[in-house]
Design a protein around this ligand. Sequence first.
Ligand code: SAH
Length: 232
Amino acid sequence: MTIGLLGAMVEEIEPLLEFFKDYECIEYAENRFYIAKYKEHKIVIAYSKIGKVYATLTATVMIERFKVETILFSGVAGAISKDLKIGDLIVAKALCQHDLDITAFGHPYGFVPEGQVCYKTDSKLVNIAKSVAKDKGIILKEGIIATGDQFVADTKRKEWVGKIFEADALEMEGGAVAVVAHSLKVPFLILRSISDAADMDAGFDFDDFLKSSATVSAEFLICIVDKLIEKN
Ligand code: SAH
């Protein structure tokens, strides 16, 4: 099968490139797509750049041009839930866009006509992630991830996002990938390791923990790839 592995920043895919080693690089849409062969399967790796628009573009290119049959996202996120500490892992059971707001017309936050507030992740992929966590004795939280085009470093804002969307973590790409993959009927999974608590220290924590948390997420994602391949 052809599997797409996506991150937002170079730090999020560097551990993947190190692992899959021999890859070819194809330039397209002002981005680079790394193609590797792994156990008779094709792996397409890219980082989108930060934010929903770039994530949308890259996920679409992966599906339409590189024909990936599944998209697995690995990266870092800010914690909302008090259970989540720096380095912990969360897999999204659903994703929403916390900055999408046409409430002036009586719609709920995160909703536009003919869309959905929340997009569910593929349950088979979530189950694979859970079984990897079980095998390895790693705690993996399953929760809602809220996406928006802003780095949240504000306790009030994060609590608002937590309350309105029942979200456990927030980031800037997952909800966009979810809309693309749902619309094009490609199973997807969004995995994140916590880099900060989306509070006033978030900027400093992010800089300190980006690399280590991105590596935690990428290493877990590789185990998901192995298990997914076993089943296909
Ligand atoms: N330091 C970077 C900007 C990082 S933006 C630079 O200067 O270029 C934060 C990235 O990490 C986004 O890709 C987002 O998905 C994720 N993220 C981690 N913590 C976050 C938070 N508190 N709020 C929003 N996104 C966060």
